[in-house]
Every structure is written in structure tokens, then in C-alpha cells.
Design a protein around this ligand. Structure first.
Ligand SMILES: Cc1ncc(COP(=O)(O)O)c(C=O)c1O
Length: 358
């Protein structure tokens, strides 16, 4: 029987805390589609303020936040967006920018650290003289921290350079900031500074910050006015939404300060895993709360088999391929959970080596 559960599948798996539940129970609410919910307004204003932008809008998910942002910036038929070939928007959002929005994606290779080479971005910008045949580039998207690159962070200098490039070519810059607070904490840079070059940012409250639901997109007042209309079009206008905004507000107040601890625990876990025979972790690449690791060739263990073994001991991780796995830390993982997890991995790998020896 499993007596202990350590859920490391994602930072989206957190359960609302007592403080969040209490805030939800007492939240002052009204009809937000009519623009009258005070708790939603308070959350949106607070996030906009922290991010150094004029206004904010609560949306049900990061996916909708990115979709709305892209569609606002690309509101003319034939628009194209430059984005990373390994970015969340390009890979995991059902191609919504094209299937729903009619926006053409122009993927540029993501480097291992989540950046795209500046020269490659510039080369991908369409020459307006070719407008008879080309789509028109209108937007560049970055992702910070970069999930598929193991939660690595884009620096201020890099983000500013992409911003300068966008300005030079009359383009907008959107940042998928699902984990922008993780990046800000890891880089030691205030979050408003990190996103200064961006015209819009989508900030998830339900990932590292631990809220049960929701994201806030931020930008100029005119951007948010258009975004509000699109949110309604997409069915994302919610009535007494202040209930969930109240929990998200608590997440913002209580959990940003815990991110540094999550990152430290991720490092301890990564170093520990890397010491276990049969596993390989690029420890230096672990900058925030995400760890990718590989099962080394010849160990006769698949990710599937390891996953099942760990699950029997209550440790949940995410298989990412036949020999690759992902772990994500969050505020409901303690140092003792980290040690327990390492002992479960050790036991699983020792079992395999013994089997192989027999
Ligand atoms: C980098 C990134 N962007 C966007 C999203 C989408 O967020 P949601 O699951 O709330 O739609 C995710 C989800 O994991 C993500 O990791």
C-alpha cells in the first residue's frame, strides 16, 4: 500500500492551501463579464503593476492567454509570428494560433538554453517588398523560463536585444511568461525589468505560484481592451470569477517567496539523481524548478518501467520518451520529499542492476 505521495509530474498539480480556500470562501464577487467583479479587478491590477504594464486581464489558462495575445497582435489577415520551434505555443497549444486565429507560425530553432539566435530571428522576418507572396511578420514570441529547455531562463540582455530587433522592424514582442516569476527569482532580476521590452506577457498563476486556476495577460490599455473582447469570443468570459481570482491573489502574495526554495530543492534532487548509477542529469542546466534526465544507454531500464516502479512507492514523475523523464518542483514538495524521492530512485536502479547481474 502506498503511504506517501510525492507528485513531481508538474507544478500544475498543487492543491489550494487553506489560505486560498478561505480567500475563496469570503471573496467579494460580481459579474466580471459586465466588468463588475472587484476581486478580479484587484488581481488584474496587481499583476499589471508588478509586471510594469498598464493593464491586465484574467484568463482561464496559459493557453488562452497566449492565443489571445497572439491574435491581438496579429489582427490582420496574412499575419505571421516568429516563435521557437520548441516553444510551448508551437508544440503544445493545439496549433490554436493557426487553427483558430489564422496566424501563420514561422518557427526558428530553439537553442538548448531556450534562446533563438538573434541573427536567425532577423533572417526570418519577411521582407515587406515580397508582400505579394509572403505573409507579413507582425510578432515575435519568447518563452521565459523555457519549459522544454528544462526551465532555463532568458536574460534581460537577451530579451532587450529581441525587443530592439522587434522595434527596428515594427514588430510586437510577446512573452509566454508561464513561469516568469521562476525566471525572475533565478536571475535575481525584478520581474518588471525582465519583461520591459515586451508588449504583452502571459503570466500563469497556476504553475510555480500554486493557484488552482488561471493566468493574467498584461500589456497596454488598448491591448487589454482588445484582449477582453477576444476572451469573450473564445468563451473565456466568466461571471463571478472573483472566487478563483481570490485564490490566485493569495498565491501571488504567499508563493513568489517560495520559488527560491523550490529551485534549491531542484538542484539537490538533480545532483542526487546524477550520482545514481544508470541516470544522467545535466545539473548545470537546472536553473529553476524543472529537471530533465536520461536513463543511460545499456541500463536495461525504460522510462516506462522506472515510472511504474516509482509510482508503486508513491513518487509520480513524467516520462518524456523511452529513456527520458521530467520532474518539476513546487511549493508542496518538502526537503524530506526530495530525500524520499532519491531513495526510491536509488532502490529502483539498484534493483535493475541486481537483475542484470543475475
Ligand atoms: C511554458 C508554458 N506556456 C503555456 C502553458 C499553458 O498553460 P495552461 O496549461 O494553463 O494552458 C504551459 C503549461 O504547462 C507552459 O508550460
Amino acid at each position: 500500500m502506498v503511504t506517501r505521495m510525492v507528485d513531481l509530474r508538474s507544478d500544475t498539480v498543487t492543491k489550494p492551501t487553506e489560505a486560498m480556500r478561505a480567500a475563496m470562501a469570503t471573496a467579494e464577487v460580481d459579474d466580471d463579464v459586465l466588468g463588475a467583479d472587484p476581486t478580479a479587478f484587484r488581481l488584474e491590477s496587481e499583476v499589471a503593476n508588478i509586471m510594469g504594464k498598464e493593464a491586465g486581464l484574467f484568463v482561464p489558462s496559459g493557453t488562452m492567454g497566449n492565443l489571445i495575445s497572439v491574435l491581438v497582435h496579429c489582427d490582420i489577415r496574412g499575419s505571421e509570428v516568429i516563435l521557437g520551434d520548441n516553444s510551448h505555443i508551437h508544440i503544445y497549444e493545439n496549433g490554436g494560433i493557426s487553427t483558430i486565429g489564422g496566424v501563420h507560425p514561422r518557427p526558428v530553432k530553439n537553442n538548448e538554453d531556450g534562446t533563438m539566435d538573434i541573427n536567425s530571428i532577423e533572417a526570418a522576418i519577411r521582407d515587406p517588398r515580397g508582400e505579394l507572396v509572403y505573409p507579413t511578420t507582425r510578432l515575435i514570441c519568447l518563452e521565459n523560463s523555457h519549459a522544454n529547455s528544462g526551465g532555463r531562463c532568458l536574460s534581460v540582455a537577451y530579451t532587450d536585444r529581441v525587443g530592439e530587433l522587434a522595434t527596428k522592424h515594427g514588430l510586437k514582442l510577446h512573452i509566454d511568461g508561464a513561469r516568469i516569476f521562476n525566471a525572475s527569482v533565478a536571475l535575481g532580476v525584478p520581474v518588471h525589468r525582465l519583461v520591459r521590452a515586451a508588449d504583452s506577457v502571459s503570466v500563469c498563476l497556476s504553475k510555480g505560484l500554486g493557484a488552482p486556476v488561471g493566468s493574467v495577460i498584461v500589456g497596454s490599455k488598448s491591448f487589454i481592451t482588445k484582449a477582453r473582447r477576444l476572451r469573450k469570443t473564445l468563451g473565456g468570459g466568466m461571471r463571478q470569477v472573483g472566487f478563483i481570482c481570490a485564490a490566485a491573489f493569495v498565491a501571488l502574495q504567499e508563493n513568489v517567496g517560495k520559488l527560491e526554495g523550490d529551485h534549491k530543492k531542484a538542484k539537490v534532487l538533480a545532483e542526487g539523481l546524477n550520482q545514481i548509477k544508470g541516470l544522467r542529469v545535466d545539473v548545470a542546466a537546472v536553473q529553476t524548478n524543472i529537471i530533465y534526465f536520461d536513463i543511460v544507454e545499456g541500463s536495461k531500464l525504460t522510462a516506462e518501467k522506472l515510472y511504474k516502479n516509482l509510482e508503486e512507492h508513491g513518487v509520480l514523475v513524467m516520462p518524456e520518451g523511452p529513456a527520458r523523464m521530467r520532474i518539476v518542483l513546487h511549493h508542496q514538495i518538502s526537503s524530506s520529499d526530495v530525500q524520499y524521492t532519491l531513495s526510491c530512485f536509488q532502490q529502483a536502479l539498484t534493483g535493475v542492476h541486481e537483475e542484470n547481474a543475475n
